[in-house]
Write a protein that binds this ligand. Structure first.
Ligand code: D5M
Ligand code: FE
Ligand code: ZN
Length: 480
């Protein structure tokens, strides 16, 4: 028994108190630094009442940890790609890109400038005197010393424009291939088009939805269960904290897992040498065992990432039942695809594993792995979760582009890059939930420094953010 605990027990016994076994269980879970103060105050209060027994109820009342039955835990899945119908070959890709264009054109039509929008084919034929607006997907971006050339495409055709303005060039240089943009254009002296302004769909400033009660959500991702670098001890400690008397733990009603829940099998060469569980079934069984330690009044949302079983191309359906029906059958578990939008007591959370970050940091000046929330802002401005087609992130030829950010979320939850980080953008809380896997030899070889072992928690009524750090090597971990 810890010395602080035996001190507390002896203190109460010496004052003539009895301690009920259920109360003892709670004391065992209390932070040892707080034990002395707690026991002395309870003894003083109960001595005053002339009641010499300490019960579970006494402790729960003192610690404010009674689970509040009024705390809501209502979850609705608002958007989930699990039941998608995939198109075929070229036909599928045409449908995908025309859906992308149409959805984003609808989004940008809220802008006043869009009343002056013309099709690309038509601006080529009319005599341009005033500025005109066109919109399209970026097919090429070429930066030379002091100009940037852009090629945009809409259903009527494609057009090349040149950016001369130095400030505007900075914006142009951050445009991603296949991203949607609106351009103000004019005809230059030698009949080329000059781009005078670039307008992104972006997010309007808005009021976020909040929960009526103070329920908390925990944001996790990249557990990599099955990998020998999975921080099993720390994660188990965190899971037992969820049933501890800590007042924050007692208010948790949701746990969101944003992908890479397992390390998978055959994901990278020679992976088997870095696995402690060699099959998907074994890995998912371990997930089940850990999840079973979470209190049953907590809803757990599980979304896949690039290491989880099932389809690799985006959008990804939920982890298929055939690998572990137990997860699908649990009453407190909700299996969703990647990306998904869920409502937690009315707060809209958009969950996306974040595969596209790899492609974006490679081609965009100013963006890097150590500030993933900056990439998340970029995605919100583009109103698309994975604009670049044909790079490392596989995208399936769906009839609809389900990666367009149609609904503005209140919280945007991403993982993948193994760096826990928080930020805000136009009232939206941005959470990158880090990881529970130590730095792997691969990550070390490319200089990626993860900050694993941090659980981010959000009070859904106030949007106040907390975190629990289980990584003894990290002190100041979150920039916000
Ligand atoms: O990815 C964790 C992070 O490591 C993510 O930012 C991508 C990066 N990563 C992982 N494997 C590779 C390869 N082969 N090339 C480049 N970057 C990589 P995770 O999804 O957890 O493996
Ligand atoms: Fe990962
Ligand atoms: Zn990943």
């Amino acid at each position: 028994m810890k010395k602080e605990l035996s001190f507390a027990l002896n203190y109460a016994l010496n004052k003539g108190f009895q301690i009920h076994p259920d109360a003892f269980k709670i004391l065992e879970n209390v932070d040892v630094k707080k034990l002395e103060k707690i026991i002395k105050e309870i003894v003083r209060e109960k001595t005053r009442q002339k009641l010499f027994q300490i019960s579970q109820d006494d402790l729960e009342t003192y610690l404010g940890i009674k689970d509040d039955p009024m705390l809501q835990g209502e979850i609705k899945v608002l958007s989930d790609p699990t039941m998608i119908t995939t198109g075929e070959g070229v036909k599928g890709y045409n449908a995908l890109f025309s859906s992308r264009f149409n959805k984003l054109k609808r989004i940008i039509s809220d802008r006043p400038e869009s009343r002056m929008l013309k099709s690309i084919a038509s601006v080529k034929t009319v005599k341009l005197e005033d500025d005109m607006y066109v919109c399209g997907l970026v097919t090429t971006r070429n930066s030379e010393r002091n100009i940037t050339k852009l090629v945009l495409e809409d259903p009527s055709g494609s057009f090349e424009g040149i950016v001369f303005d130095a400030e505007l060039q900075k914006t142009a240089d951050t445009l991603l291939t296949d991203q949607f943009v609106m351009a103000r254009i004019n005809l230059g002296k030698n009949l080329g088009f000059i781009i005078k302004d670039l307008i992104l769909p972006d997010i309007p400033e808005q009021m976020v939805n909040k929960s009526e009660t103070e329920a908390y959500a925990v944001f996790l991702s990249d557990l990599h269960i099955g990998s020998k670098y999975f921080m099993e001890e720390e994660f188990t400690e965190f899971v037992s904290w969820l049933s501890s008397p800590d007042p924050v733990a007692r208010k948790i009603r949701f746990v969101l897992i944003g992908g890479d829940i397992v390390d998978g099998v055959g994901i990278y060469p020679n992976q088997n040498k870095e696995l402690v569980c060699q099959t998907i079934e074994e890995q998912l069984k371990k997930v089940e065992d850990l999840i079973d330690k979470i209190p049953k009044n907590v809803k757990i949302i599980i979304m896949p990432g690039n290491h989880d079983p099932g389809r690799r191309a985006l959008p990804q359906p939920a982890i298929p039942k055939k690998y572990n029906s137990g997860l699908w059958e649990r009453e407190n578990v909700v299996m969703v695809g990647n990306p998904s939008v869920v409502s937690l007591n009315g707060v809209k959370v958009m969950m996306f594993h974040g595969q596209s970050i790899d492609d974006i940091v490679k081609t965009t000046p100013g963006l890097s792995y150590d500030k993933p929330t900056n990439v998340m802002k970029h995605l919100l401005r583009a109103r698309h979760l994975s604009p670049i087609y044909g790079s490392q992130t596989p995208i399936a030829p769906e009839m609809q582009d389900l990666l367009v950010i149609e609904d503005v979320p209140d919280i945007f939850h991403v993982g993948h890059v193994h760096r826990a980080e928080l930020d805000m953008y136009k009232g939206i809380l941005l959470v990158n939930s880090g990881s529970w896997q130590k730095q792997t030899p691969f990550q070390a070889s490319v200089g990626m420094i993860p900050n694993p072992g941090i659980a981010i928690m959000v009070n859904l009524k106030t949007f106040q953010v907390f975190h629990e750090n289980y990584n003894s090597n990290l002190n100041n971990i979150l920039q916000s």
